[in-house]
Design a protein around this ligand. Structure first.
Ligand code: ADP
Length: 672
């Protein structure tokens, strides 16, 4: 029900606007029932494009209620149908071709509308209208001049009213039509498209006004000149007929020359009438109809029977008066037509100008505002403030993609800023670390040196009094400190070589079983001293990795000596190896003092020791740092699991090298 009411409303609106425009158009007739201004075409097109075929009912009704020049009902109905087809044609094309858009937002839609909504439909209407509606003299079916005027009037209305309304008022029209075009939002307009539409409308609009001015005014003026010439000729001829007649009528009847002269005058009279008739037939059918009667009157007079001379003279003079009156009338008609054409030309020019101004202002506003917003966003970005590119208000695709690019740039800047911050933090931490390292290193060097100097001084000073046992004791202290110093310097050299990238690694296929056995063997005196048992479990198969054997042994040596150092007397130590996910893993487990979770995080750093004094502080704090570095340099890693008081497990994993079955034994035999 509601839908029906809406339909009726749409038909009524179309009807009202169409009949108004149709009535207005009748005031601008310049040809036989053809007007040079026909805005109703635009109404028909817009109504059909917006409401669909229902609008055609309004168009037909509108034509019938505002008839022109006494047309029959049948002709009016025909005329209404032609206007309806004119409106429906583009609607049908846009309905069939779903890929083109009603709001002409791309070049293709614009071109399709131009062809079917401006050129072809108005061309059809002009031809069909001239054939079926305009009455012509018998035998004439088409008058091209009338077709041209009809077409120009309809085309101009479609181009200057329907096209810009559809192109720029799409949102408004789709709302009136009761449909919301979701595609509007999905297919944003581009500035280039807006300028294209504007260019088409403005250029063709001015071209139309030029064509109207040049062709119609030209033709009208040419016609008028032709008429003027005929009227002048007719006046001269009528004057001559009159002079000839008066000359002979005024002659004395007794004059002996009269008979001869009468004959000559009659011939002249016939000749003049012969010239007058076709001249008038061309320009004024009514006047030419009056001529034969006057001619017959003169002929009767010349034959000697008929009206008296005064009556004949009066009729000839009346004809002259009629010719002059007709001349005046055609001047008036010319003036009226000229005024109509000039008015329409002015209207077209004014309309195009208005469209140009309105579109330029809208474009300027729609471009300058988002431009300002883009500039502000870039400024804000430059100052490091967060910007929301979504806030750039523009329906134009160009600005939307600019906003997208800004959003991406902002994200990229954020990413780089984060990376830079991280780098700076790392650099600062490295510099701090270096200072700490230097401070600790000098401290670590000074302690054993002080001890060496102190004990050597004591030995030197108390040379006389010192007993043998004490001397041995002092010398042992000096030796321990010197060994510690050597150990420290060796470790330091390794660290600095690694840091400066000068540490040379000699990679080869290494069987880890051999490395384990070597290190267990070389550290066994330490374990014997503390009565600690070392349990080694290694697989049958070779544990081949790509590594530097001396560095692998250095790793294991550090781990084993730590296990020995930080475990009490008699506490067992085990070395367990297994293969996990293509990597060899060696665990060194002890039941020693253990490391708290907090300390586990830092023991792999240079000079980090859990205890800096007391019985568990004898090391350099560089051992685990080297273990980690060496492991990583060989594609491996190191991890720790520990609980205070229960013991620790240090594990090192290295990527295994897969051996071919036959070469396995050989490799094992060669290395192990
Ligand atoms: P250090 O020369 O002092 O042993 P490391 O770098 O080898 O230096 O070890 C750093 C610290 O980690 C040691 O001072 C010690 O406190 C702790 N640590 C290392 N291994 C063990 C372990 N097996 N048991 C308990 N603590 C350990």
């Amino acid at each position: 029900m509601r839908a029906l009411l809406i339909r009726i409303g749409q038909v009524a609106l179309t009807f009202a606007l169409f009949s108004l425009c149709n009535a207005l158009a009748s005031q601008f007739e310049i040809e036989n029932n053809v007007s040079i201004l026909f805005p109703a075409t635009a109404i028909a097109i817009l109504a059909c494009m917006t409401f669909g075929w229902w609008a055609a009912i309004g168009v037909v009704l509108g034509t019938i209620v505002t008839p022109w020049g006494g047309m029959s009902f049948k002709t009016l109905l025909m005329s209404g149908l032609i206007s309806a087809v004119e409106g429906i044609m583009p609607w049908v094309v846009f309905r069939i071709r779903r890929d083109i858009s009603h709001d002409l937002r791309d070049m293709r839609s614009l071109a399709v509308f131009f062809v079917f909504g401006c050129v072809l439909n108005t061309g059809f209407s002009a031809l069909a209208g001239n054939l079926l509606i305009i009455s012509h003299p018998a035998g004439t079916y088409l008058v091209w001049r009338e077709v041209f005027v009809w077409w120009i009037a309809d085309f101009t209305a479609a181009l200057l009213v329907a096209m810009p309304a559809l192109a720029f008022g799409h949102a408004l029209f789709s709302r009136i039509g009761g449909t919301t075009h979701r595609e509007l939002a999905e297919r944003p307009r581009t500035i280039a498209n807006a300028i294209q539409i504007l260019a088409v409308i403005v250029l063709l609009g001015f071209a139309m006004s030029f064509v109207i001015r040049m062709s119609l005014l030209n033709v009208l003026e040419g016609e008028r000149l032709e008429q003027q010439r005929t009227w002048a000729k007719a006046t001269v001829l009528v004057n001559r007929i009159h002079d000839n007649f008066l000359g002979i009528a005024a002659m004395d009847e007794s004059d002996p020359r009269r008979t001869a002269m009468l004959d000559a005058a009659r011939h002249l009279n016939d000749a003049e009438f012969n010239a007058l008739e076709p001249a008038l037939a061309h320009t004024s059918p009514e006047l030419s109809r009056a001529v034969p009667e006057i001619r017959a009157l003169t002929q009767k007079w010349f034959a000697g029977h008929g009206p008296n001379a005064a009556q004949v003279s009066a009729r000839i003079l009346a004809l002259r008066g009629d010719v002059e009156a007709a001349d005046g009338k055609s001047w008036a008609e010319f003036g009226r037509k000229r005024a109509r054409i000039m008015f329409v030309v002015g209207l077209v020019d004014g309309f195009v100008f208005l469209i140009l101004v309105a579109a330029s202002l809208t474009l300027m506003f729609n471009i300058s505002r988002p431009f300002t917003q883009v500039r502000e966003s870039i400024n804000a970005m430059g100052e490091g403030e967060p910007v929301d590119p979504e806030k750039i208000e523009s329906g134009y695709l160009e600005f939307r993609s600019l906003a997208g690019a800004l959003a991406e740039t902002q994200a990229e800047l954020h990413r780089r800023e984060g990376a830079l911050r991280l780098q700076t933090e790392r650099a600062l931490a490295a510099s701090r670390h270096k200072s700490d390292f230097l401070a600790k290193m000098s401290h670590e060097l000074r302690t054993p040196l002080n001890s060496i100097i102190g004990f050597s001084d004591l030995l030197a000073e108390q040379e006389e009094t010192i007993d043998h046992v004490k001397r041995i004791n002092f010398l042992e202290n000096v030796a321990t400190s010197a060994r510690h110093l050597l150990h420290l310097i060796n470790d330091l050299l390794d660290v600095s070589k690694i840091e400066s990238g000068k540490m040379k690694m000699h990679f080869e296929n290494v069987d880890l079983r051999r490395s384990i056995n070597n290190t267990v063997r070389s550290t066994s005196p330490l374990f014997v001293r503390k009565r600690q048992q070392v349990v080694v479990s290694i697989p049958e198969e070779p544990m081949i990795v790509r590594a530097d054997p001396s560095r692998v042994e250095q790793i294991l040596l550090n781990l084993l000596s730590n296990a020995n150092k930080y475990s009490g007397e008699g506490k067992p130590v085990s070395v367990i190896s297994e293969k996990l996910d293509g990597r060899w893993r060696i665990e060194v487990r002890d039941r020693g003092i253990g490391i708290s979770e907090e300390d586990q995080a830092r023991i792999f750093e240079d000079f980090e020791q859990v205890y800096t004094r007391g019985p568990n502080s004898s090391g350099t704090g560089l051992g685990l740092a080297l273990v980690k570095r060496f492991a990583e340099m060989q594609g491996g890693e190191v991890e720790v699991r520990s609980k205070v008081g229960e013991g620790s497990t240090f594990a090192i994993t290295l990527p295994a090298v897969e051996q071919a079955a036959d070469s396995r034994q050989q490799a094992a035999g060669f290395r192990y």
